[in-house]
Design a protein around this ligand. Structure first.
Ligand code: NAG
Ligand code: NAG
Ligand code: NAG
Ligand code: NAG
Length: 294
């Protein structure tokens, strides 16, 4: 009861002003499109085998599936983000839990969870089609700075701001408005042009950094706690910075934050591919995945 009432305003806020589309559909689509380019043959085959028919063989087509099923799987809601108690650092044991205090129920725990499930490739204890679609989405979310953000303002949802004069909130600015303004203003309404530009930056400007993005020297299952730490730092340094309730945000904010957004989308794509390549390093066993791919 108490739990429900505490969450109700949050649910309403999400459904009416859109936290559920973290990175927005375009942002997630771009992350998965970029990831596809970096998959090894084995990983590409495993992914293709696991995708539901509706994807038409394209991971990017179901990259927002985890948002689409939120009403069907309300338990998965806290897996899209993680909040800190108003501090600019991430602490796994302090921060990664749902509102009931269940440890691991946050975006970091979810990425480790679905990575573990996919590693049991061929053992149909879980629906691996869903594991893959969750994983692809959550690797995007953990790179979105406002998805690793403060508890009190619900990751910026409660900070009303004006984006080129239109009322929105700080969370939505990062999920949707910056990406959409870029597509409209810079890429002539062509999302593929934005993807190509980011891919161009990956192979040229960021070429020296890619190895480091891909590498994961941790003894943990994944390096996702590092990605969460990066996000909360960026959230403090770029998202919250200089923003108050009712702030008017326009060109100055847009042009200084867009490079951060583009780089996070690039890193998410490269790292999603690295994770999948690592999970599916073996040649897929034909037939085994069909048991769970519907
Ligand atoms: C792990 O995945 C299962 C199956 O989707 C789900 O029931 C569980 O809540 C998940 N836990 C986390 C921490 O993601
Ligand atoms: C990305 O590439 C574009 C050209 O497509 C260039 O204008 C921009 O400065 C690059 N961004 C970074 C951060 O290197
Ligand atoms: C923001 O604007 C609303 C409505 O105009 C107003 O009620 C509120 O007090 C303002 N908040 C601040 C911090 O100025
Ligand atoms: C696995 O999940 C997908 C997506 O929710 C669903 O379409 C499919 O029917 C499920 N497969 C099984 C065997 O339950």
């Amino acid at each position: 009861m108490g739990f429900f009432w505490r969450l109700l305003p949050v649910f309403l806020a999400y459904f009416s002003i859109g936290r559920i589309d973290a990175w927005g559909r375009e942002g997630h689509f771009m992350v998965c499109k970029i990831a596809e380019k970096f998959l090894t043959e084995n990983a590409r085959e495993a992914v293709t085998n696991l995708l539901p028919p509706v994807a038409g063989g394209d991971l990017a087509a179901v990259c927002s599936w985890a948002d689409d099923i939120l009403t069907r799987y309300p338990w998965s809601f806290p897996l899209h983000y993680v909040n800190t108690p108003g501090v600019c650092n991430y602490d796994q044991s302090r921060d990664c839990h749902n509102d009931d205090g269940v440890q691991g129920m946050c975006v970091v725990g979810a990425i480790n969870n679905y990575t573990t499930q996919l590693r049991t490739f061929g053992q149909p204890f879980n629906n691996l089609t869903e594991s893959l679609m969750f994983l692809a989405h959550f690797v995007g979310d953990v790179h979105d700075p406002v998805d690793v953000s403060f508890y009190d303002d619900e990751g910026g949802i409660f900070i009303i701001v004006y984006w080129y004069g239109s009322k929105t909130n700080l969370h939505r600015v990062w999920d949707v408005n910056i990406v959409q303004t870029a597509i409209n203003k810079i890429y002539k309404n062509n999302v593929n042009a934005m993807i190509e530009s980011i891919e161009g930056n990956i192979t040229e400007n960021w070429n020296g950094e890619i190895i480091q993005w891909q590498s994961c020297a941790s003894n943990d299952l994944t390096c996702v706690t590092e990605y969460a730490s990066e996000s909360i730092t960026l959230c403090c340094d770029y998202a919250y910075k200089g923003v108050k309730e009712n702030s008017s945000l326009g060109d100055e904010y847009f042009f200084t934050r867009l490079p951060v957004v583009e780089k996070r989308i690039a890193q998410a794509g490269v790292r999603l591919a690295a994770l999948l390549n690592n999970i599916f390093y073996r040649t897929p066993k034909k037939g085994s995945v069909n048991l769970v791919s519907g």
